[in-house]
Structure formats: structure tokens, C-alpha cells
Ligand binder design. Structure first.
Ligand code: SAH
Length: 191
């Protein structure tokens, strides 16, 4: 319920595949992570307006969120303040292909671009996540399981299905929003 109060993108950038993770999906993902005691220190790659960062902080994690879009990071900071977790989350402007720190985290959480605009756009996210964190939670479009499982070096331990509503302009579709099936993976990284 608290995550319902996180503001989304005011003007989503199609090239960056910006859409926010719905509160129910974010809480489901973070509940799984919390049950595994994975939420001690969290890096949120492509944090957008911060729903996964803020949810992690509400579960007691110390969090760093990274996004290439400065305006999204500014909204994320406002959202963290609104939800009272601004002391537990640091938001940084940066590109996942060139992460500006070398810390190790207990978990990486992310809802990376699906590669609809730029094929393979999720790969640098998986690379960075495995390098930075012991466990990775990642949202992908349905049917990615085989690819992700063979791409990552670590071991996929859990997968579940969910849905997200994509804004019309992402899909060149007539409906205002379109429900798209997604899959969430938990990966124990070996790096
Ligand atoms: N994590 C947020 C946003 C998901 S949308 C949420 O769950 O609501 C994907 C995000 O990845 C966008 O905010 C976009 O700006 C960001 N992004 C895309 N390419 C990126 C890159 N190369 N480096 C960092 N962030 C990137």
C-alpha cells in the first residue's frame, strides 16, 4: 500500500524503456527477497522513480539506486522523502555500463529495459548485477527464462510470473495501456 504512493515517470522516455514496476509486483519481488534474507544492502539498477529502492528501504535495507536519467533520479529522491526513507537510500545518476563504485551488495534489484528499442539492452544490467551483488532479482518479458539462464554465470533459483501495464507508446498499440506478461527471476551469482 505504501508503494502505491510512489510517483511514476511524468514523461516516460521510450528509448530508455521507462515504465514503473507496479506496487504489487514490486512488493511480491521484495517479499521473496526478504524471505531469503537478501535485503541487507541493495543496489537498484535503472532505479527510475525508485519503487524498488524505496520498497527495499522499507524492508530495512540500505540502498543505492542508479539511473542514467537525472530527472527520474530527482523524482526518486522526492519519493524517498515522501515515504520517509531518505536516510536509507542514496540515488546516483549513472550508466549501468559504467558503474561509478566498487562496493559489493547483498542483492541487486532491477526491472531493466526489455530490449524492445535496443536488442540486448538487458545484458549490461545482468552483467553489472552479477558483478555487484550476491543475489539478483530481475524482471523480464515472458519467455526470457532460457536466455537469462544461459546468459548469467550464476544459478537461477526461483522464477514467477506477473503482469505489467505498458504505456501505449511503447507498443505502438491502440489501447491506452497494454497488459504485458513478465517473469521475475532470482539468481544467485557466483562472481
Ligand atoms: N526500476 C524502475 C524503473 C524501470 S524502467 C521501476 O522499477 O519502476 C527502466 C529504467 O532503466 C529507466 O528508469 C531507465 O532510465 C533506466 N535505464 C535504461 N538504460 C539505462 C542505463 N544504461 N543505465 C542506467 N539506467 C538505465
Amino acid at each position: 500500500m505504501e508503494l502505491e504512493n510512489v510517483e511514476g515517470f511524468s514523461d516516460p522516455d521510450v528509448d530508455l524503456e521507462q515504465y514503473e514496476t507496479p506496487a504489487d509486483l514490486a512488493s511480491h519481488l521484495l517479499h521473496l527477497a526478504s524471505q531469503h534474507d537478501d535485503l541487507e544492502s541493495v543496489v537498484d539498477l535503472g532505479c527510475g522513480t525508485g519503487v524498488l529502492s524505496i520498497g527495499s528501504a522499507l524492508q530495512g535495507a540500505s540502498v543505492v539506486g542508479v539511473d542514467v536519467d537525472r530527472s527520474a533520479v530527482e523524482v526518486a529522491r522526492e519519493n524517498a522523502a515522501t515515504l520517509g526513507v531518505e536516510d536509507c537510500v542514496e540515488f546516483v545518476v549513472g550508466d549501468v555500463r559504467d558503474i561509478p563504485f566498487n562496493e559489493r551488495f547483498s542483492a541487486a534489484v532491477m526491472n531493466p529495459p526489455f530490449g524492445a528499442q535496443e536488442p540486448g539492452a538487458d545484458r549490461p544490467f545482468l552483467d553489472a548485477a552479477e558483478r555487484l551483488a550476491d543475489v539478483v532479482y530481475s524482471v523480464h518479458n515472458t519467455g526470457s527464462l532460457e536466455f537469462v539462464e544461459s546468459y548469467v554465470e550464476g544459478e537461477m533459483t526461483h522464477a514467477f510470473e506477473s503482469e505489467v501495464a505498458l504505456p501505449r507508446k511503447f507498443e505502438f498499440h491502440d489501447d491506452e495501456v497494454r497488459e504485458v506478461e513478465v517473469e521475475v527471476y532470482r539468481i544467485e551469482s557466483t562472481g
